[in-house]
Design a protein around this ligand. Structure first.
Ligand code: FNR
Length: 198
């Protein structure tokens, strides 16, 4: 099953990164042909433990690896926790980065944005994540930096942010994701195996 895989680096119920991911999903679903979209819920993954990383790994890890290895693209929205990615996101990338040299992320087109209630939009979390992704073999999709500042006050619905300027910015970001995705075989993922957060 092919899909564009969406990841919020925050587990918080009212996460602005969750809203950013919901917005990107809404914009992607307007595309033709309509892509499958899947939210990878980071809660499903155990703490990385090399002793558990044998064979395909624990079942949720194996599933996440399959999802990413077959993804048309991956989109990540992250907060900044003390200048870096939250542990849950780094944990997921560590699972996805193995086995070394043949990680699920190898060759996977990946786009990164960030959001925060503060004015800088968690931009400081992005450089470290880019290094993690590149070391894991991901292909970073080329696009201008997107760091949504003061995001807590932005108007929104369940489908995401509604402010026209934010939609324009995320529209350009989504254009880049669409152009940078790869074409994988198989029917579009139906998204049924996801725990939706939006
Ligand atoms: C934060 N926050 C934060 N904000 C920021 O702009 N720079 C930072 O370094 C940090 N560091 C940080 C560490 C930890 C442990 C927490 C819990 C929070 C605040 C953060 O931006 C805020 O909680 C956001 O709302 C998190 O994003 P979501 O959950 O809204 O997506």
């Amino acid at each position: 099953m092919t899909a564009i895989v969406l990841i919020s680096g925050s587990l918080r119920r009212d996460s602005v990164n969750g809203v950013a991911i919901a917005t990107v999903r809404t914009l992607l679903l307007r595309r033709e042909p309509q892509p499958g979209t899947v939210l990878l819920d980071l809660r499903s993954l155990p703490y990385y433990d090399q002793d558990l990383d044998v064979g395909d790994g624990p079942q949720p890890v194996a599933r996440a690896r399959r999802l990413i290895a077959n993804a048309e693209a991956v989109v990540i929205s992250t907060p900044s926790y003390n200048g870096g990615a939250p542990g849950v996101l780094k944990n997921a990338l560590d699972w996805l980065s193995r086995p070394w040299g043949d990680s699920a992320l190898t060759g996977t087109p990946t786009a990164l944005l960030s959001a925060s209630p503060g004015p800088r939009g968690a931009a400081d979390a992005q450089p470290g994540l880019r290094i993690n992704l590149e070391r894991s073999g991901a292909v970073l999709i080329d696009h201008p930096l997107v760091a949504l500042g003061n995001a807590e006050g932005m108007t929104r619905t369940e489908a995401g942010f509604t402010d026209p300027s934010v939609l324009a910015l995320l529209g350009e970001f989504t254009d880049a994701v669409w152009a940078g995705r790869r074409h994988t075989t198989g029917p579009a993922h139906d998204g049924l195996h996801v725990t939706p957060v939006f």
